[in-house]
Design a protein. Structure first.
Length: 124
């Protein structure tokens, strides 16, 4: 079997849900999240974690970069989307297909890095 390495930036809540599956699955999307977006490079995922997750105070101001392998034959049914240059490419997996996507993850979801934002400043 051939696998494709993908990456995803997640916050603390999503990481906790992934850990609860023994590092094997991503949690279902929320009602307002119709698409699951795994990305093709670690740099792109790091940018998302740094620029978005670390600024989300309700989620602990922390971002994690995860990596995982997916069966390439399964993944071939989806197009790669270029969202701002060759370095910014991602797959768009419809939320209703995430469970099937999860079943085609090969091996564990790994945490590659953790990024922390500045603690919130309190104004008296």
């Amino acid at each position: 079997m051939t696998v494709t390495r993908l990456y995803r930036a997640v916050g603390q809540r999503e990481l906790d849900l992934i850990e609860a599956t023994d590092w094997t699955r991503f949690p279902p999307r929320l009602d307002w999240q119709p698409i699951f977006y795994p990305v093709l490079t670690e740099d792109y995922a790091t940018g998302i974690a740094r620029d978005w997750n670390t600024k989300d105070q309700e989620n602990g101001s922390v971002g994690y970069v995860t990596a995982f392998n997916v069966d390439t034959a399964f993944l071939s049914r989806y197009e790669v989307h270029d969202v701002g240059g060759r370095e910014l490419q991602e797959y768009w997996i419809p939320a209703e297909e995430l469970e099937e996507f999860n079943s085609d993850i090969v091996g564990p979801i790994e945490v590659l890095s953790e990024l922390r934002g500045a603690p919130p400043v309190r104004v008296r």
